[in-house]
Design a protein around this ligand. Structure first.
Ligand code: CMX
Length: 132
């Protein structure tokens, strides 16, 4: 596993992009709406990893709920794996609760699955695998 990206929940994507462009001294290289997750994302390259800004696109979005409950901030940490199905199987055997049985398609052309934050010390963990 290697750290692929960290996800940061933001209320105003335009304003957050401008902040992170100044902070990281580089431009956002990709924006993408993930309709299934009700989010709009913006990505920054930071060495081998990335920063993903996430804003809700509707009131049903988990990002909306997260911000209402906890405010803006670190939302998840994503690790890239070589074989996501194999990792799901391994982690289930280790006793983790996967938030879905099978991966779904997320931003950045990846298969993704999440582990419940309660079982990883309060951090929502995403596993991802690039779709070739
Ligand atoms: N990180 C850490 N803790 C979190 C959290 C997060 N991102 N989101 C929720 N929690 C905590 C809440 O604070 C709450 O804790 P308490 O019980 O102590 O109050 C608990 O988890 C339950 O939270 P909730 O607000 O009732 O939210 P839900 O249980 O309805 O949903 C979760 C939480 C993680 C199951 C849901 O957000 C989920 O399924 N996430 C996976 C999908 C996702 O995050 N998609 C967006 C990213 C898409 C992308 O990257 O493309």
């Amino acid at each position: 596993m290697h750290l692929d990206h960290i996800g940061i929940a933001v209320s105003d994507l335009e304003s957050a992009i401008s902040t992170y462009e100044k902070l990281l001294n580089r431009t956002c290289y990709k924006r993408e709406v993930v309709a299934k997750q009700s989010v709009e994302t913006a990505f920054f390259k930071t060495g081998e990893s990335k920063v993903e800004l996430l804003a809700a696109t509707g009131s049903e979005s988990v990002i909306q709920k997260f911000i209402e409950k906890r405010g803006e901030g670190l939302h998840h940490v994503a690790f890239e794996v070589n074989d996501i199905e194999e990792e799901i199987h391994r982690l289930k055997k280790e006793g983790f609760t996967l938030l879905s049985e099978t991966p779904s398609t997320g931003a950045d052309n990846k298969k993704i699955v999440f582990l419940h934050p309660k079982e990883s010390n309060g951090v929502l963990v995403e596993l991802c695998q690039s779709i070739d």
